[in-house]
Structure formats: C-alpha cells, structure tokens
Design a binder for this molecule. Structure first.
Ligand code: FAS
Ligand code: PHB
Length: 392
C-alpha cells in the first residue's frame, strides 16, 4: 500500500471536482482528484449547455475563462413556444444579466487543461475508492489503481463523484434524508453539425410533448425531444427525430430547421433528488453526488458550481484564518440554494412537458400559466431571475 498525504482529496473528475481543485490551487491549497474513468471518457459525455453568471465568475477566479469568453455565446433571453404561439423572456431587461451558452464538455476540457498546466494531481482509472475516518480530524481515502493499493491521508474529502458515486453512500443511511421525484419521461437528445434554428434557445410545449432547441456554437446544434422512459436512442433514426422535432415547434420555426446527421444521440432520464445533509464530519458532498434536477431549467451543472463556491470559500477561510464557520455552515447554505434550483427546475418541467394521462383541465392549466408568463412582467422577472441564476 502506497501512503501519501494532501490537504483535500476530491473524489470525481467531472466539472465539480475539477473546478474545486483548480480554485483551491489558486489559493495554494493542495488536492488530489480521483477519477474512476479516463479523461477521454469524461470528455465524451454530452451534458449541460447553459452557464449561469456565478459559474462564469468562478471560472474567471480559477483563471480558466479565456476560451469561454472568446467562444461562448452570451444569451440575453430565451424563447418559449406553445402550439404555434411563441414569446420571448428578456433576461437582460428583467435582471441586467445574461447567460453563457458554452457546453459542459468545453468547461471540463478547459479545467483539465488548467490542472495539467498547473501540475494538478489527477489519478484516472481508480477503483475501490473508500472514505475512512470522515468523523475524525484525520480522514483518509483508499483506492486501487492498476492493481496497486493506495492510501491518501488528508484534512478533508470532497465527494464530487456524481449520483452513482461512493461519497453520498458513505454517510450512514440513518443519518441521510433523501427526497426524490422521478418524472414519467426522458429526453432524447442529439448533437448535429448544423446551424441552430434560432439564435436563442426555444423551449417548446406541444401536444406531442416537450422539445428544446439549443446549441453549442454557430455550427453545432443540440436538440431534445421528450420521450417515453422505455424509449431507446436506437429506436430513432435521424429522419424520425427531425420529423418529430419539427412537429413540436411552431410552423415557421420548423420550416427553417436545417437538419443533418446526428453526431451524438442519447436519452437522459429526468429526476429531482436531494440528499440532506451535504456534510458528514470532514466529508462534503458537491454537485450531482448530493442532488439532481431535471435539465429543463439548465440547473444541474450550475447548482454544482454553487456548491463548489460555498465549499471552496469555506475551505479557504479555514486554511487562511482557522475560522471553521464556512465549512460548518456549508450544508445549510448550499442546501438553501439547492432547493430553490430544485423548485425552479420542477416548476419549468411541470409547465413544459406533457404528462401521461394528463387531463384536459391540467393541459388548460399549463396554457393559462404560459399565457400569464407571456403577458405578465412580474412573472417574467421571476423566471428570468431563476434562469440567470439566483445570487450565491
Ligand atoms: P458528474 O457526474 O459530471 O461527475 C462525477 C465524476 O465522478 C464522473 O466523472 C465519474 O466518472 C466520477 N466518479 C463516479 N464515481 C466515482 C468513484 N467511486 N470514484 C472516482 N470517481 C467516480 N445539466 C444541465 O444543466 N443540462 C443538461 O442538459 C444536462 N444533461 C445531462 C445529461 C445526463 C445524461 C446526465 C447524467 C446529467 C445531465 N446534466 C445536465 C446534469 C450534469 O450536467 C450534472 O449536473 C453535472 O455533470 C454535475 O457535475 P458533477 O457534480 O461533477 O458530476
Ligand atoms: C443544452 O444545451 O444541452 C441545454 C440547454 C438548456 C437546458 C438543458 C440543456 O435547459
């Protein structure tokens, strides 16, 4: 067993773990990132596309914002359609802020590059990760890599290992309260090297189900349609996808849709999930390890970033002054914002999707809510404040 030490062991080399590692490095705090997959595998996952202002400022503080600033697309609003109707919610007018369209894959790529440039310690293909003595002031993490056992002594462990990771399950089950809502549908998403149908995102509620028109850049589009949980990507030819997508959009939008071969096709299930607490002794949960949202409100990656913000500042305060207030308040402060993101994601998902066996009355409620949102500035302000990101 090889024995080493660091200040913070970070489990998970996704956006949460990498952003935390880079921010700690900027403050001279050492960490080791343990990732069970390869870097290429992590970068192959196509996920989020919209960044809140809070994540932008964290990327700047981490010194990783240059490519995002030059290649990302600032969006001042979004379009919402229902049937052939469509209206715009102006983020800039209501909040003075916009969002950045820049894929999670690129955020992760930029963070890997920064960590490699600054001598960051990232171990890939790790297995059997276990967290020990989290309730003491001398925790340690064991893992194996290429058949060799390792022990890393540390001050703190950041569980950034996603929904299926080991960190959340390290907190004794009788101390964890878990909240969950599973939605009766998924999202079938494709990536296509085609120009986006609109310069801003279009969230569409149609009688055939939800659709979303998004993008990664001016020649790379990201589209989603609501699908059954039993559906599989291989059930959908490209032609079938394009035909169905166009049927869910206003006719004038569908008419100008540029179609092409899919370069990625996948289905994501939709769920709302929160684990309380997000801290157990010297173990802190961040991101999907602690909570999941349906992607309708583009809050998954962004809520992971707000957790990182609170944990990074708490650890920084501890190491710089010995003050433990930031880490002691981490779970309560992070959860307060997590639940607001959960609410917004649940609200927007309930408004935009068609539910199996949805009654005519329920449908009329959706239309009434959409027409209220369309006509009421206060309603649009509330939506805009949530979408651009509530303050940290
Ligand atoms: P991640 O899951 O990204 O990263 C966790 C990392 O930990 C992974 O690399 C994993 O390999 C590693 N790991 C797991 N167990 C480990 C172990 N035992 N030891 C070591 N490493 C371990 N959000 C949006 O805002 N919009 C979207 O459209 C969207 N689409 C999504 C589609 C899918 C299929 C999924 C699963 C999520 C999607 N999300 C979306 C949410 C997503 O973006 C997450 O919020 C974001 O990846 C959270 O980042 P992390 O917390 O770093 O978790
Ligand atoms: C995306 O571009 O992948 C995306 C954008 C907005 C969402 C979800 C996904 O709400």
């Amino acid at each position: 067993m090889s024995d080493s030490s660091t200040q913070v062991v970070i489990i998970g080399g996704g956006p949460s773990g990498l952003l935390l590692s880079q921010l700690l490095h900027v403050r001279g705090i050492n960490s080791v990132v343990l990732e069970r997959k390869t870097k290429d595998y992590v970068l192959s996952r196509i996920r989020a596309g919209v960044l809140e202002r809070g994540l932008l400022s964290l990327m700047r503080e981490a010194g990783v914002s240059e490519r995002m600033e030059s290649e990302g697309l600032a969006h001042d609003g979004t379009l919402i359609s229902y049937g052939d109707q469509m209206f715009r919610v102006d983020f800039k007018e209501h909040t003075g802020n916009s969002v950045m369209v820049y894929g999670q894959t690129e955020v992760t790529r930029d963070l890997y590059e920064a960590r490699e440039k600054t001598g960051g310690k990232i171990e890939f293909n790790v297995e059997d990760v276990e967290i020990h003595n989290a309730k003491t002031d001398a925790p340690f993490v064991t893992h194996t890599q290429a058949g060799i056992s390792h022990r890393i002594n540390c001050d703190f462990v950041a569980g950034c290992d996603g929904f299926h990771g080991v960190s959340r399950k390290t907190i004794p089950q009788d101390l964890r309260k878990e909240y969950e809502k599973v939605y009766p549908f998924g999202w079938l998403g494709i990536l296509s090297a085609t120009p986006p149908v609109s310069h801003e995102l279009i969230y569409a509620n149609s009688e055939r189900g939800f659709a979303l028109c998004s993008m990664r850049n001016k020649n790379l589009s990201r589209y989603y349609i609501q699908c059954d949980l039993s559906d599989r990507p291989e059930n959908w030819s490209d032609d079938a996808f394009w035909t169905e997508l166009k049927r869910r959009l206003p006719a004038d939008v569908a008419a100008k849709m540029v179609t092409g071969p899919s370069i990625e096709k996948s289905i994501a299930p939709l769920r709302s999930f929160v684990c309380e607490p997000m801290r157990w002794g010297r173990l802190f949960l961040c991101g999907d390890a602690a909570h999941i949202v349906p992607p309708t409100g583009a809050k998954g990656l962004n809520t992971a970033a707000s957790d990182v913000n609170y944990l990074y500042n708490g650890l920084r305060k501890f190491y710089e002054t010995g003050d433990t207030s930031g880490i002691d308040n981490y779970s309560a402060v992070a959860l307060s914002r997590v639940w607001k993101a959960e609410r917004f994601s649940w609200w927007f998902s309930s408004l935009m999707h068609r539910y199996p066996k949805q009654s005519d009355f329920d449908f009329k409620m959706q239309v009434a809510e959409l027409e209220f949102l369309r006509s009421n500035q206060a309603a649009q302000q509330a939506m805009a404040e949530n979408y651009v990101g509530l303050p940290y």
